[in-house]
Design a protein around this ligand. Structure first.
Ligand SMILES: [Zn+2]
Length: 107
């Protein structure tokens, strides 16, 4: 199953098998839509019909990176924000020390 959604920039995207794909191009002759993995270094594409209702083809097995896990991203964002805040609060503490502290307290 795949899920249509709109990304932060307002572009139509697809979530399929734990990976996110962004609109890549429309096949002029068939009208099929090609979606490309959001990871810039990744070449995996999936194709849906023009109505975005049927998945026609995917080469999903070839991803060379971890799944796009939203929870994981949110967690990372939380850590980054905490690190930034701590870095401002503790101006005399070396940043690397703050990062280590934050990571060990989160995990
Ligand atoms: Zn990928």
């Amino acid at each position: 199953m795949f899920k249509l959604f709109t990304n932060n920039r307002g572009n139509s995207s697809i979530h399929f098998d734990n990976y996110n794909f962004r609109y890549f191009r429309t096949n002029k002759s068939s009208g099929d839509i090609v979606w490309r993995c959001v990871q810039k270094t990744c070449n995996v594409t999936i194709i849906t019909n023009n109505e975005k209702t049927v998945l026609i083809r995917s080469n999903i097995k070839d991803h060379q990176h971890d799944e796009d896990n939203d929870e994981q991203k949110k967690e990372l964002q939380k850590i980054r924000t905490a690190i930034k805040r701590k870095a401002i609060e503790n101006v005399y503490e070396k940043p690397i020390k703050i990062i280590r502290k934050e990571l060990s307290s989160t995990y």
